[in-house]
Ligand binder design. Sequence first.
Ligand code: NAD
Length: 491
Amino acid sequence: MKSYQLYIAGRWEDPASGEWFETSNPFDGKPWARIPRCNAADVERAVAAAAAAFEDGAWAQSLPAARGRLLMKAADGLEARARDLGELETRDTGKRIAETVPQIRYVAEWFRYYGGIADKIEGRVTAIDRADTLNYTLREPLGVLAAVTPWNSPIMIAVWKIAPALAAGNTVVVKPSEHASASTLALMEVFDEAGFPPGVVNVVTGMPEEAGAPLVSHPQVAKVSFTGSDVGGGKINRAAADSFKHVTMELGGKSPQIVFEDADLDSAVNGVISGIFQSNGQSCVAGSRLLLQSAIAEDFTARLIEAVRGLRFGDPMDPQTQIGPIANRMQFEKVLGFIERAKAAGARCLCGGSPGAAKDIGAGMFVEPTIFDAVSDDMEIWRDEVFGPVLAITRFDSEEEAVRAANDSPYGLAAGVWTTDIRRGHRMAKLLKSGTVYVNTYRHVSIASPVGGYKKSGFGRENGLEVMAAYTQTKSVWVGLDRITANPLTL
Ligand code: NAD
């Protein structure tokens, strides 16, 4: 079994507790690695290292262009390791190799994009309303970032935070999920090899209360960027408030996909499948609520069931596998619990609804792609995030009805619209209350486009140019131009 170490101040270290916990492969159920169980003492060392690197030393004095060059080197390093890191993430999370390797290869582009921005972060000379003064602004980094990440796509979500934070001159302590820490620890080799100064990026691992809580409340942490559940996010937001930290919250969703009768139905079926069954629905933008216009509802549902029935379960390391296991036992049981309660509440199970049964399903943590019909808007399965391969269907007649039903949710992360009417597509994009709207497509992410939530799906944005504002603060500088500064109390 592999034993991991922490990465603090550029060194690989054992945890202060002298304790490790096991992480298992969700496909075969076997523990395969030991992860350091950190406590407040490790957090203290990691934050001190990040604060020291921010305050003085090579990072504090680095020129923006030099930071950019290091980020470019990190991009090359990540690209070169994409295969290894993808396999690691598949072993730890059960996410299919067909998804992890291309995803991590693409994530290298985040380092290139923000590496290119590092030397373009500029203040401005203000058009000040007085002649005796010059006023200009500086854009300065915040300090130490605590990046707290979930178990789905650990490397991608960590890099979304680390790359812009470093470009702006901040330093980072990452706390990955206790369910999937290995790939984030392995990612540190990329920074090590690229030659980042010690302390610029650090990782602590472990339990939310033991490692996460001391990090997000640490007085020397300037900002917390959190991706995870709204329950975790609420606690972290409260903990960060006491020391007035900057906070970004990327939380869950219950995203609607709306299919109008004029849609290209083949494309819409594929888009709905991609939204809810790719990654087993363990995706923040999972399109878990399907709204079908009545005229096409029956036909569309039949096509969807047909497409889903043929999907192949299997080892996520096999590129031919279409459905892998659920990422961990806790989540597996949670998903099955949602399914049982939906049945008990009277929703009609059209397909799936059970643990997966096939020849090659290892330890058996598979859930059949599940579709519920006859769902009412007060049912748990319609309102709460399952974070699994479970789709709930309802029907509508008018566009207004669709908008009302789609927006009637505490969440607002993403929404999908399928229509061939261009006016309707843009109209819906304006009316839907979510941070992302997809029209005739679903699930894309790009470095260049902001991601984030409305309502209970969080606040702040990641990606694109906009995020740089969240990793910098503005200083206003006043310079007197008069030869003499007058005494204001002289009559
Ligand atoms: P989670 O909230 O249980 O945990 C996320 C991270 O926070 C973990 O590292 C955990 O250890 C830490 N944590 C939890 N409570 C904490 C506390 N009180 N103090 C400090 N740290 C704490 O979430 P999860 O189950 O790992 O992830 C799944 C959730 O993430 C889903 O709701 C999903 O929708 C969401 N998600 C959102 C996005 C997005 O971009 N909006 C992306 C991916 C996942």
